[in-house]
Design a protein around this ligand. Structure first.
Ligand code: ADP
Ligand code: MG
Ligand code: MG
Length: 270
């Protein structure tokens, strides 16, 4: 149970198209995050899917759902509270600069990968998140990454992929093939993760775009890969200027295996 006074502007943690998220205190004094949804029909469907899909899922790198309730017309999802906010805030903050060290960037990158690999490899059927981006990655007090916002997530039926009834997600992070065909497999999340990783490593706000779909379709794969190449070289310069050889090696290893997926393994357009 939460008091209504909790849902005030000063307790607001974030706001999205679906509603707002508030910091709240429960009867036992524990702090939680309550996602309060605007009562539209589409939101109700997404609310039910978000709730059903992640109820009972417990993993260190997935934000944990503690409960949900429907009161009057209000629909609420109650989550564990992530003290360090979302990854976009950690990467770019208010003045656009980041205070994250390489060790922290590495920890966050690995955490997201572990969360994704749980969704894709441990769960049966696989769960595809479909909206991996910095705003949907939360950080707890120890900077453990927690994948959040399962409103777009769906189970994957069959090995060939699932046809989306509605292509949502966020333009800059979507694999072009998915945006065109609407067919998704876990590679969709891996593609978005590749973009995310480049942002984490380079510190650049690349691809974080609110461009319209039309603009997006005009972007070619070659252009994207060209930018990926530029970013890697920025990342490389950053890396060379700092830290131990071990750290450099592990970051580059993750980056390269992701790039391989971005380059080679995405579903083809034909
Ligand atoms: P939406 O579906 O509207 O995008 P999200 O679940 O992504 O909603 O939450 C929106 C924002 O609220 C996040 O980007 C984050 O800043 C904040 N937020 C969400 N859940 C939590 C949480 N458990 N702890 C801390 N902040 C959160
Ligand atoms: Mg979100
Ligand atoms: Mg959402």
């Amino acid at each position: 149970r939460t008091a209504t006074r909790d849902f005030s502007k000063e307790n607001e943690l974030g706001k999205g198209g679906f509603g707002a998220v508030y910091k709240a205190e429960l009867g036992d004094r524990s702090i939680v995050a309550v996602k309060l949804l605007f009562p539209t029909e589409q939101n109700l469907r997404d609310f039910l899917k978000e709730a059903v899909l992640i109820t009972g899922i417990k993993h260190r790198n997935l934000v944990q759902l503690k409960g949900c309730c429907v009161r009057d017309k209000k629909r609420m999802l109650v989550y564990e509270y992530a003290q360090n906010g979302n990854l976009a805030q950690a990467l770019w903050g208010k003045d656009g600069s980041s205070a994250l060290t390489w060790a922290q960037r590495l920890k966050i990158s690995v955490g997201i990968a572990k969360g994704l690999s749980y969704l894709h490899e441990e769960l049966q059927p696989k769960v595809i998140h479909r909206d991996i981006k910095p705003q949907n990655i939360l950080l707890d007090k120890d900077l453990n990454a927690k994948i959040a916002d399962f409103g777009m997530a769906r189970p994957m039926k069959g090995d060939q992929g699932t046809q989306a009834t509605r292509v949502g997600g966020t333009v800059g992070y979507l694999a072009p093939e998915y945006a065109v065909q609407g067919l998704f497999t876990e590679k969709l999340d891996v593609y978005s993760y590749g973009i995310l990783l480049l942002q984490i490593i380079s510190g650049r706000k690349c691809f974080d775009s609110s461009a319209t779909s039309d603009e997006f379709y005009l972007r070619t794969r070659a252009f994207k890969l060209y930018r990926v190449g530029c970013l890697l070289s920025i990342a490389e310069q950053n890396l060379l200027a700092t830290t131990s050889a071990e750290e450099i090696e592990s970051v580059l290893k993750i980056a390269l295996s992701c790039l391989q997926v971005v380059h080679d393994k995405r579903p083809s357009m034909s």
